[in-house]
Design a protein around this ligand. Structure first.
Ligand code: GUN
Length: 279
């Protein structure tokens, strides 16, 4: 029986630590959240981020822009928020409508307010071990591992997926923690042979229940970043939980694993942003 890594509990710990810091130090923190269009999933995420700010004792400014907003209008808003000293973090919810260049928008956010950690300067800083904001989901995975007592130093870590938001920053973070890191992707030959080497297997492929027990070494720690609604209408991850759980030593469930950590780390980044801008 694997230990279940409880993301709800650990995210509550992280949020409560941040909340305490906000209260104790009397921090006046404001996050600006921009959504363009009304993609239902984005609306849920944005609503959860605003609720989390409220819980933390932080302010949120909400910009709900119509689908037909031009790139120029969005860039002008980001620049205005960059200059606004009362705003400490800026988050532009992705995906953006097709007529807006996401890279251009991300590059316009001031690296000092880049609480998503998506700006090329933040990504570059992470890869050379300099301070900067770290993408919230991979930062959350590190907290899950550390707070569950998983030894990262010297471990074999295999990451399945190479996205800019999860796979690549995850590799950098695990390297920073002294793991030996392998990143797999759609061109990897004999994926099972590689994933079976992992002491820590982190999966972010975006395919429901893709990882079954034949990809997993006995006793591995398995972290599932995926979230999908299965054909049975139940939420599931990239890992076939019921199949893998008996061979893993520890595993994250979906829901209630990695998911809740993303917002907790965003709140943490907002508090850090306030610190940087006050320094
Ligand atoms: N869309 C899906 N996840 C994220 C995220 O973490 N940040 C932003 N800005 N957009 C997203």
């Amino acid at each position: 029986m694997a230990k279940i890594i409880d993301g709800k509990k650990i995210s509550a710990q992280v949020k409560d630590e941040c909340r305490e810091r906000v209260a104790k130090e009397g921090l006046d923190v404001t996050l600006a959240v921009i959504q363009v269009g009304n993609d239902p999933a984005s609306s849920v995420y944005v609503g959860n981020k605003k609720k989390a700010c409220e819980y933390m004792g932080m302010h949120s400014l909400s910009y709900e822009l119509p689908e037909e907003t031009t790139e120029e209008e969005l860039l002008a808003l980001v620049e205005k928020l960059n200059r606004d000293e009362k705003v400490h973090g800026i988050l532009v919810q992705l995906p953006l409508p097709g007529h807006i260049d996401e890279d251009k928008v991300i590059e316009t956010i001031s690296p000092k307010k880049d609480v998503d950690g998506f700006h090329p300067q933040s990504v570059g800083a992470l890869s050379i071990g300099q301070p900067g904001f770290v993408s919230c989901t991979p930062a959350g995975v590190i907290q899950l591992l550390k707070r569950s007592g998983v030894e990262i130093d010297g471990s074999e870590c295999v990451i399945v997926g190479r996205s800019n938001i999860v796979g690549k920053p995850m590799a950098m973070l695990m390297l920073r923690e002294n793991a030996t890191v392998t990143v797999c992707h759609s061109h990897t030959k004999d994926l099972k042979e590689v994933t079976k080497r992992a002491d820590i297997l982190i999966v972010a492929v975006g395919r429901p229940r893709f990882i079954t027990r034949d990809y997993v070494k006995e006793g591995a720690v398995v972290i599932d970043v995926g979230i999908h609604r299965g054909e049975d209408n139940k939420l599931c991850g990239d890992v076939d939980f019921d199949d893998v759980e008996p061979v893993a030593s520890a595993i994250t469930p979906v829901p209630g694993g990695v998911g809740p950590m993303t917002i907790a780390m965003l709140m943490n980044n907002c508090v850090e942003a306030k610190g940087i801008q006050n320094a």
